[in-house]
Design a protein around this ligand. Structure first.
Ligand code: ZN
Length: 508
């Protein structure tokens, strides 16, 4: 096949309940790629797309691709710049046979709350109705009607913890080449149920409620006209209408088959809603219970302050509980606080300092804590991810310090970073295995990072923009009831959206 396929996208997961917006620096710290630099990518979704296109003799045409660590919505000027850069390169690309977009699905710009729908619509307006547009999504996407209408096929990641970004890029590119070859006439059905739960029980390896839906989905994929089946556990931290989990089916020229399959699996999802809702404890209770556990580390999961879900990472709720309840126990606690990191760097190694720490970036969720400690480590905060969606990519905590308050080691960094394994702590030579307590600010990846090591786990109910229980958040955009806000809420049928059928051009 000699098709020319444009490759690009904007990838960010956004949070409407956090104060910090995504600025230009957030994208510059992560990925800002065009031309040869984009074509050189051999990891992640883009790497997977490029590898399949090349294997099948297609010409990948680099457009523009930018990603950033999850955060609040993207600033107006930054989104305009990213979008215009993509569209400009699309216009300059000459005749294309298709466009592949690497998207998250839960992106939001201040001026485009449905970032991916807006972007796909703009790309569609440029290329017209006969050129296929295929997008890839995180399984935590908020798939909107506009995204469905403006694209021809959407395929989502299938693992959580996320390990299949490359494979999803491959699937997206295969979908594109099947369309171009005339073998796939895609129609999408998206069935949604009003379930807004955190990702705590969202693992895809059985056992688990979401794993059960995923297993069933994968069993049915490939049967008959079914090209792809993707369960979606919506990122619940957007304040948007029509949020919900569900199932996205891409079928080959079989609309009613896609609709009935999506509906059937979405019903199964609905039946799992209570199992998806986590139990939580207060930080003080968790520390007291942890002290009763034999050995360590005991994981204190402060998921309400998850940088990987768009929080600032600056909460000190769990730190405060450790200082009060277990000041003599070895612990590691991460806090993002650029001002405090600067104070530690200015003071220098071995110096005693006094800090007013935390809740400076997003003050709505708590008050700073006063600590006196000793600067035991200083670093520029640069590390490299090992595996996951950003395998091999640089991570940037900014100026970082470890400040020890007795045996409690506080990791104070300048920038929020996504947690995959323990890259941030490895950089600083910190040893979680030797600690009684480790604070993990993510809902899922701690399970793999501390597998075989952790002695107990407590999911905490601290304030923050990414809480384990979504009832803590002030949603204002939902038009009807949802679980768990109304535990007794019932539905007759999942709501189903169907994509637009297009006469897509094929290539020999
Ligand atoms: Zn995700």
């Amino acid at each position: 096949m000699s098709a020319r396929v444009g490759v690009g996208g904007i990838f960010i997961e956004c949070n409407h309940f956090t104060a910090q917006l995504a600025d230009r620096a957030a994208f510059e710290r992560s990925e800002w790629l065009a031309g040869e630099a984009l074509l050189a990518k051999d990891t992640g979704v883009i790497g997977g797309m490029l590898s399949v296109l090349r294997d099948l003799g297609c010409e990948p045409v680099p457009l523009f691709y930018a990603s950033a660590c999850p955060s609040g919505a993207v600033e107006v000027a930054v989104y305009d710049e990213l979008k215009n850069e993509l569209l400009r390169r699309l216009s300059d690309a000459g005749k294309l046979d298709g466009v592949l977009l690497c998207l998250h699905g839960a992106g939001a710009a201040v001026n485009a709350p449905d970032l991916e729908g807006d972007l796909a619509g703009a790309v569609r307006a440029r290329v017209g109705e006969s050129i296929p547009i295929v997008g890839t999504l995180d399984l935590h996407a908020h798939v909107t009607s506009k995204m469905l209408m403006q694209t021809d096929a959407l395929l989502a990641w299938e693992t959580y913890p996320h390990e299949d970004a490359f494979e999803t890029g491959e699937r997206g590119a295969r979908g594109m080449t099947e369309i171009l070859a005339g073998r796939l006439k895609p129609v999408m059905a998206l069935a949604k149920v009003p379930v807004l739960v955190s990702a705590i029980h969202g693992q895809t390896k059985p056992p688990g409620p979401f794993a059960d839906v995923m297993q069933e989905a994968k069993r049915l994929e490939g049967e008959g006209a079914v090209f792809s089946v993707n369960p979606i556990l919506v990122h619940p931290y957007l304040n948007m209408p029509d949020m919900g989990g569900g199932v996205l089916v891409v079928a080959n020229d079989d609309e009613s088959g896609a609709v009935s399959l999506a509906k059937r699996l979405a019903k199964r999802y609905w039946e799992k809603r209570v199992e998806l809702q986590p139990e939580t404890v207060s930080p003080a209770d968790a520390v007291r219970r942890g002290l009763q556990a034999k050995g360590g580390p005991v994981l204190l999961v402060e998921t309400a302050d998850c940088c990987g879900g768009g929080a600032s990472g600056d909460s000190v709720h769990t730190l405060r509980a450790l200082l009060a309840e277990a000041p003599g126990q070895a612990a590691i606690v991460p806090v993002v606080d650029p001002g405090a990191a600067q104070v530690a760097h200015s003071a220098g190694l071995g110096q005693a300092i006094r800090l007013r720490l935390g809740h400076q970036l997003d003050p709505q969720w708590g008050d700073p804590v006063e600590v006196e400690g000793v600067v035991t480590k200083l670093s520029d905060g640069a590390f490299v991810y090992r595996g996951g969606i950003w395998d091999g990519r640089a991570g940037d905590m900014g100026p970082t310090a470890v400040v020890a308050v007795g045996p409690i080691q506080i990791v104070i960094s300048g920038n929020a970073t996504y947690d995959w394994m323990t890259e941030q702590y490895d950089l600083l030579d910190l040893s979680p295995a030797d600690c009684k307590f480790v604070v993990a600010k993510n809902p899922m990846n701690y399970q793999q990072a501390y597998a075989g090591m952790m002695k107990a786990v407590y999911v905490l109910d601290t304030p923050g923009p990414t809480p384990a229980n979504t009832n803590a958040l002030p949603y204002t955009a939902m038009s009807s009831g949802w679980f768990p806000a109304e535990p007794e809420h019932t539905i007759d049928e999942p709501e189903v959206l169907v994509s637009r059928r297009r006469k897509l051009r094929t290539t020999p």
